[in-house]
Design a protein around this ligand. Structure first.
Ligand SMILES: Nc1ncnc2c1ncn2[C@@H]1O[C@H](COP(=O)(O)OP(=O)(O)OP(=O)(O)O)[C@@H](O)[C@H]1O
Ligand SMILES: CC(C)(CO)[C@@H](O)C(=O)NCCC(=O)O
Ligand SMILES: [K+]
Length: 244
């Protein structure tokens, strides 16, 4: 069994896999992640490998203590990936984006793919039907938009995510919810339309903490899979074992 761990900018997510079957999932914050991982390893004694992909700033050293119980692997740019990387700065491409692109290539090898990850940041990644990774976009995520409006102005309150009542906000809070939520929804639909004008067909994968919330609001019909990164991490690790 394998424990995959995704260290994002806000949250840490984990999943236990037996082959390709996900048998357990976890969310935790940085503060108590060592205790949480220890508990997971205790609950699932058959875990042999701990596979980590990190864009956050948890230190590698904090995983040392697990080495006596399991093999610890950090997915990095040096690992084998199932796509050709056409990014001009491949070394600065986020590991999460590489793992997402890998998952898309594993699941849909013969199709064009657009991966949208709506987390702390919203990232777009395009991988074509020959499994060439082109690049995409990085934009602020929902929570970050609420925070920026508050942090960089004198008068705007810090609001938590809420569905806007209408496009036309009739109060300060309604205007903020409309600007943040409708703004991101139009933005994602706009990106998809632009990709559509360039590529006849492509699969869209929507993932990340805000995927479900956004999916039902998009004009484009997209099936959200909030576990896509963890599934892809499991597949990336299997691929690494086969190719190392
Ligand atoms: N408990 C929570 N804490 C923070 N954000 C949450 C929580 N639950 C849901 N969310 C939503 O999830 C989004 C963050 O997504 P996610 O958890 O995928 O981000 P992340 O951990 O930073 O990962 P990444 O860095 O890969 O984007 C936020 O915009 C927020 O609206
Ligand atoms: C964009 C984020 C923050 C999204 O998690 C991450 O993928 C990252 O730190 N990327 C590095 C820059 C790049 O991908 O080009
Ligand atoms: K993200």
């Amino acid at each position: 069994m394998i424990l995959t761990v995704d260290i994002g900018n806000t949250r840490i997510k984990g999943a236990v896999f037996e082959g390709n079957t996900q048998i357990d999932t976890f969310f935790f914050i940085e503060k108590d992640f060592q205790k949480k991982i220890k508990n997971i390893l205790k609950t699932h004694q058959k875990i042999t490998d701990l596979v980590v992909a990190s864009v956050g700033d948890v230190e590698k050293e904090s995983f040392l203590e697990f080495k006596k119980d399991v093999n610890v692997h950090f997915i990095s740019h040096e690992d084998p990936f199932p796509f050709f990387n056409d990014y001009e700065t491949p070394k600065t491409l986020g590991i999460d984006r590489m793992v997402l692109a890998a998952g898309a290539a594993f699941q849909f090898p013969k199709q064009n793919k657009l991966v949208i990850d709506a987390g702390t940041c919203v990232t777009f990644d395009f991988i074509d039907d020959k499994n060439r990774y082109h690049g995409g976009a990085i934009a602020p995520g929902l929570r970050l938009r609420y925070q920026s409006l508050h942090n960089f102005t004198a008068k705007l309150p810090l609001l938590t995510l809420e569905s806007p009542k209408d496009v036309i906000g009739k109060s300060t809070s309604d205007s903020i919810h409309s600007g943040v939520v409708n703004g991101l929804v139009y933005e994602i639909d706009g990106f998809i339309d632009e990709y559509r004008s360039r590529y006849l067909n492509f699969i869209i994968i929507l993932t990340g903490g805000d995927a479900d919330f956004l999916a039902k609001r998009l004009k484009n019909t997209i099936f959200a899979n909030s576990n896509f990164l963890l599934e892809s991490l499991n597949q990336t690790f299997q691929y690494k074992i086969k190719n190392d």
